[in-house]
Design a protein around this ligand. Structure first.
Ligand code: DX5
Ligand code: ZN
Length: 220
C-alpha cells in the first residue's frame, strides 16, 4: 500500500505565528498543508479568509489543500485560487449547483475536491466523481478540531474507494477529523489515500512535528 499523503490542518497551529508554523510543519515532512476556512454560518466557527492564505503562500511550496466550509461558496472560489490554493474542496450543501462549482474550480486551474459531512451519503458523488480530483470524507462534524473520530465513516470511505477502483479513476480519498496514530490505519485500510490531522500533527511543539507525522504514517 502506498504511503498516505499527510495534510496537517493549521487549525491546530499557533495562530499568532502561522507563517512559522507552516514552515515548521512543511520541514517536518507534511505533504500538503490543510487550510480550514469557516464562515460562522455553514459551520459554527470562524477562521480565516483569502488574505491569510495569500500571506502564508511564501512560507511553503507544498500544495495548499483548502477546505471551504462556507456558503454560498461560489463567490469566493476566485479569491482562494488567486491567494494560492492548489486544491479547493467544497461541500455539496454549500451552493445550489455542485457541478457548476466544480467546473469553476477547474477553470481556475485548480484541483477540485468534494467534502461529505458524516450524514451526507456517498451517493452525492454519483454524477461528479469523474469530474473531481479528491473526495474529503469528514469523520467529525465540521467546525472544530479535537473531536472524536466517527467510525461509521469507514464504510463510506470503502464505498467510495470501490467506486474509484471500479471506474478506474485517479481520485484521492482524504479523511478529516479525529485522525491520530490509532485511527489512521483504520482509514487507510478502508481506502483513504490522504489523512488530515490537526491535533495529532501539531501536538507537543515544533520539535515533535516530524515524529507526529511519522506516527501518522505508521512509524514509516
Ligand atoms: C474540522 C476541520 C478539520 C480539523 C481536524 O472542521 O475540517 O480539518 O481541523 O482537526 P483534528 O485532527 O483535531 O480532528
Ligand atoms: Zn478540514
Amino acid at each position: 500500500m502506498a504511503a498516505p499523503i499527510i495534510s496537517p490542518s493549521i487549525l491546530s497551529a499557533d495562530f499568532a505565528k502561522l507563517g512559522e508554523e507552516v514552515r515548521a510543519i512543511d520541514g517536518a515532512g507534511a505533504d500538503w498543508i490543510h487550510i480550514d476556512v469557516m464562515d460562522g454560518h455553514f459551520v459554527p466557527n470562524l477562521t480565516i479568509g483569502p488574505a491569510v492564505v495569500k500571506a502564508l503562500r511564501p512560507h511553503s511550496d507544498k500544495p495548499f489543500d483548502v477546505h471551504l466550509m462556507i456558503s454560498p461558496v461560489d463567490n469566493f472560489l476566485d479569491a482562494f485560487a488567486e491567494a494560492g490554493a492548489d486544491i479547493i474542496t467544497v461541500h455539496p450543501e454549500a451552493g445550489p449547483h455542485l457541478h457548476r462549482t466544480i467546473q469553476r474550480i477547474k477553470a481556475l486551474g485548480k484541483k477540485a475536491g468534494v467534502s461529505l459531512n458524516p450524514a451526507t451519503p456517498a451517493k452525492m458523488l454519483d454524477y461528479v466523481l469523474e469530474e473531481i480530483d479528491l473526495v474529503l470524507v469528514m469523520s467529525v462534524n465540521p467546525g472544530f478540531g479535537g473531536q472524536k473520530f466517527i467510525a461509521s465513516q469507514l464504510r463510506k470511505i470503502e464505498a467510495i474507494a470501490n467506486q474509484v477502483a471500479k471506474k478506474d479513476l485517479v481520485v484521492d480519498i482524504e479523511v478529516d477529523g479525529g485522525i491520530d496514530p490509532a485511527t489512521a490505519p483504520q482509514a487507510i485500510d478502508a481506502g483513504a489515500t490522504a489523512l488530515v490531522a490537526g491535533t495529532a500533527a501539531f501536538r507537543g511543539g515544533s520539535d515533535q512535528y516530524a515524529a507526529n507525522i511519522a506516527a501518522l504514517r505508521g512509524g514509516a
